[in-house]
Design a protein around this ligand. Structure first.
Ligand code: PLP
Length: 495
């Protein structure tokens, strides 16, 4: 199977090349040329498999240059009991008999990024061997919180890789900072940057674009790469959990063979919901794809009107991983729905780049409307939903997940569509203790890691071990640099 750029379908690569490359040379995203189809039989075959086996089964159909024994080894390392605190890896919780919640935060950093970032490093390091790359890859990340920690845990001690994460000194929560500065592993580096997320991100972009640095690193046997969510190696592992959830619901008698399941996803960069769309394309009986946003509702407007317009106010919300105005992975959806019309995609992306706006063709708008529904939810409502879920179902959810529950509710009321639905739950509530405690009516908040115990005491729910254990970890990385000095950190790590 070959992978092509969304901006030039003549640019064909193997899976190993697509994963090693990340972004295509023309700025497009590497995407499968054709999607393998699952038969109904395949779902039944997978029904009694473990999560790891399902991952091998699904990923194998996309990665024909990887052997199934390679993939098995990766899956058991990525999703083993030392990494995930439940055997099911991505368990499905029955909320009310017709609404199910797919918990994607049982991994080492307690956010759904782990589902892909536990797998990507294995795919990448094997891809480098297949491509006969002799140099060691160094992953550079600028993070606003979740991605940096998940990437560090994923790449920790993976052969032939190094990773360096920059976070804004004043832009992450106390818990997120502690998660990063206590990071273990011999091949990792973490450094804070004076300023906000934009300063860190601009600094990283400048490092990637610095030819003198590249040359110097090549001399030392290194090259730079990124682990952001446009890499195919991050999208693919996400398809697995939608298929897995459907299998679980069949196995447990909650869905009949072939029964439609709507899926509602709290969305930022469009990677997670895109994976659900791909699962549907492959033949999983998924009904509507419901895209949930916070007050940064650029996707709600797009899916309803066909006009994408990023020229609008940016809000900092209590669901920060969805505070995004350019959803990069949407480009892959446009490529799919135009029937791989790379010229049309190029045109939309050029308009987005130039004017921050584009309008899709009427044909495309109709397709979007058939497949997707969309809605959004502000912070006040988000906290009400957290409170209501706790009071009615004794189910503690984080603000991102709450946005999705609210938008699913709106969708059901507006359309009368009462099909069973699956909500993707993307973070542990313990990552956002302050907003969650606020939603439960607590006004005096503890500082530092004590806030974890405060939320546990209030609810009787135990904090996940990786967060509870933070208070005993020692700080390994205390460096703080001006953004013009980030290069020194790279040269120091890659001596
Ligand atoms: C990254 C993230 C999202 C958004 O996912 P996308 O794939 O970017 O749409 C939602 N919730 C949480 C907690 C996240 O970390």
């Amino acid at each position: 199977m070959y992978y092509v750029s969304t901006r030039n379908k003549e640019d064909r690569r193997t899976a190993a090349q697509a994963i090693a490359q990340g972004l295509a040379a023309d700025g497009g995203l590497m995407t499968p040329e054709v999607f393998p189809k699952l038969s109904q039989n395949a779902l039944e075959t997978m029904r009694d498999m473990s999560y790891q086996q399902r991952a091998v089964y699904v990923m194998g159909s996309f990665l024909d240059d990887f052997t199934s024994s390679e993939l098995s080894a990766f899956a058991s390392r990525a999703y083993g009991p030392d990494k995930f605190d439940v055997k099911a890896v991505a368990p499905v919780r029955d909320v009310d008999g017709n609404t199910y919640c797919l918990e994607l935060w049982h991994g080492p950093t307690c956010a759904f990024k782990d589902m892909a970032l536990q797998m990507l490093p294995h795919l990448l390091s094997a891809a480098l061997v297949k491509n006969q790359e002799e140099k060691t890859v160094c992953i550079l990340v600028a993070t606003s919180g979740d991605t940096g920690k998940a990437a560090l845990e994923g790449f920790k001690d993976v052969e032939k890789t190094r990773i360096l994460v920059f976070y804004p000194k004043d832009g992450v929560s106390a818990i997120q900072q502690l998660q990063m500065v206590t990071q273990e592993g011999e091949n990792v580096g973490v450094c804070s940057v004076v300023g906000n997320f934009d300063d860190a991100q601009t600094g990283v972009k400048r490092l990637f674009a610095d030819p003198a640095l590249r040359e110097q690193l090549a001399g030392r046997g290194f090259f730079l790469s990124s682990a952001n969510s446009i890499n195919w190696g991050r999208v693919l592992p996400q398809i697995v959990y939608y298929i897995s959830a459907y299998c679980d619901l069949m196995r447990d008698g909650k869905l009949q063979k072939g029964e439609a399941l709507n899926v509602c996803v709290p969305t930022g960069n469009f990677g997670n919901i895109l994976a659900a769309y791909y699962a549907k394309t492959m033949g999983v009986p998924i009904g509507k794809l419901i895209c949930a946003s916070n007050s940064n509702n650029v996707l709600t407007d797009f899916l309803r009107t066909g006009v994408y317009d990023r020229n609008r106010t940016f809000y900092n919300t209590m669901s920060p991983s969805m505070d995004i105005l350019i959803s990069s992975n949407l480009e892959r959806l446009l490529f799919a729905l135009t029937g791989h019309d790379d010229a049309e995609v190029r045109d939309y992306m050029a308009q987005l780049n130039q004017d921050g706006r584009y309008e899709v063709s009427p044909v495309l708008r109709d397709k979007l409307g058939k497949l997707f529904a969309a809605g959004y939810c502000d912070d006040t409502r988000t906290q009400q939903v957290i409170g209501r879920m706790w009071n009615e179902h004794k189910y503690l959810i984080d603000p991102h997940t709450a946005v999705a529950f609210e938008v699913l509710d709106q969708y059901r009321k507006e359309t009368g569509d009462a099909s069973p639905a699956l909500v993707a739950s993307t973070a542990s509530p313990f990552k956002f203790c302050d907003s969650v405690l606020g939603a439960l009516g607590v006004t005096e908040l503890e500082q530092g890691t004590a806030i974890l115990e405060q939320l546990s005491a209030r609810t009787g729910v135990a904090a996940p071990a990786p967060l509870a254990g933070l208070k005993d970890k020692s700080v390994r990385f205390a460096q703080n640099v001006e953004k013009d000095h980030m290069v020194d950190q790279v040269l120091e790590l890659l001596k």
